[in-house]
Design a protein around this ligand. Structure first.
Ligand SMILES: NC(=O)c1ccc[n+]([C@@H]2O[C@H](COP(=O)([O-])OP(=O)(O)OC[C@H]3O[C@@H](n4cnc5c(N)ncnc54)[C@H](O)[C@@H]3O)[C@@H](O)[C@H]2O)c1
Length: 305
């Protein structure tokens, strides 16, 4: 037991570093805001990027725009990762092209601002499938390819909503609480052979957040202006250099969330103090999106472009 604890401690303290040159990185949801920013960073530093996404046109565009360094080869793999047969086929295709995977980044995601009482059971199932089940399908299918690499890693984009309830998006919270628990457990199971980490961002300026802001989703997350996708990428790169179970792009916010969750019975009172500031922040964000032309007014309604 002492030997096991010593090994775990050594693993924590060791800083193995990460050189992206020559590495194969698979990014699910790689055509989206955070996924494409991560692909660009790691490609710029010499990695080959496999972009897995269901959006064929964005996937093609993102792959075409990735910088190529040396012999790096980027490729798009289009499919719906909520379908286990497609997941298995896509990972076979990735194996056929690259032969192995150094880093798997589970990053697909969605959210819905439709209130819980109004949601169809199908839409609840779908959100859980996208955010929770599909990363588990992909992780399971990628393990044989990861085992062929010398220092394999798995990183999952969770969310601070995986640590903190949000009244407007309970299914998103359920999926991210679940994904956080699954990835912590898989880490304990697979380490030290495969290092497993999660990154837990808060509001990040991507299409997903813009849509949520337009639809009137969770307001608490707008206490301060949303961070950029590159801020989340910085946190992922830190996790690659120094693997840990979890990393937080905004560590202070993560500490506040942990403190709040130590007293869950106080949440209704504690959160009410932040509501007004959050609503004002959401309004400011929407004004900024209109100024940028990302959101336009059509027939008196705001619409995402
Ligand atoms: N934007 C935020 O504020 C925020 C905050 C915390 C966590 N996150 C998480 O970050 C991750 C990336 O989100 P983003 O903000 O870049 O959003 P995004 O909408 O820009 O990207 C999500 C990508 O996932 C893809 N996708 C969705 N369902 C899919 C499916 N079934 N099969 C294949 N691809 C699918 C989409 O096509 C899209 O390209 C998500 O897991 C999200 O939950 C985002």
């Amino acid at each position: 037991m002492i030997r096991q604890a010593a090994r775990a401690l050594t693993g924590l303290l060791r800083a193995p570093g990460f050189d992206p040159r020559g590495k194969v990185v698979v990014i699910t949801g790689g055509a989206g805001g955070i996924g494409s920013a991560l692909g660009r960073r790691l490609a710029r530093d010499g990695a080959s990027i496999a972009v897995l996404d269901r959006d064929a046109e964005r996937c093609r565009q993102v792959v075409a725009d990735l910088p190529r360094v040396g012999t790096a080869h980027h490729e798009g793999f289009v499919g719906d990762l909520t379908d286990p047969a497609q997941v298995s086929e896509l990972l076979d295709d990735v194996g056929g092209v690259y032969g192995y995977v150094d880093v798997l980044v589970n990053n697909t995601g969605m959210t819905s601002a439709e209130r819980f009482a109004d949601r169809s059971l199908e839409s609840i199932d779908h959100e859980l499938l996208v955010n929770l089940t599909s990363p588990l399908y992909v992780t399971r299918a990628a393990i044989p390819l990861l085992r062929r690499a010398s220092d394999p890693r798995i990183i999952s984009t969770v969310s601070l909503a995986g640590m903190m309830p949000q009244a407007e998006t309970p299914i998103y919270c359920a999926s991210k609480f679940g994904l956080r628990g699954a990835m912590l457990s898989i880490a304990l199971d697979l380490e030290p052979h495969i290092r497993v980490s999660s990154v837990l961002p808060s509001a990040t300026d991507t299409r997903m957040l813009r849509q949520e802001a337009v639809d009137g989703g969770n307001a608490l997350q707008f206490q301060s202006p949303p961070q950029s996708a590159e801020d989340v990428v910085d946190a992922v790169v830190r996790l690659l250099h120094r693997p840990r179970l979890e990393g937080y792009p905004k560590p202070r916010e993560a500490r506040l969330v942990r403190a709040a969750m130590a007293f869950p019975n106080l949440l209704p009172v504690a959160l009410s103090f932040f509501e007004g500031k959050g609503e004002a922040g959401r309004h400011r964000y929407l004004t900024e999106l209109q100024r940028r032309g990302d959101v336009v007014e059509v027939d008196g309604r705001l619409v995402l472009r």
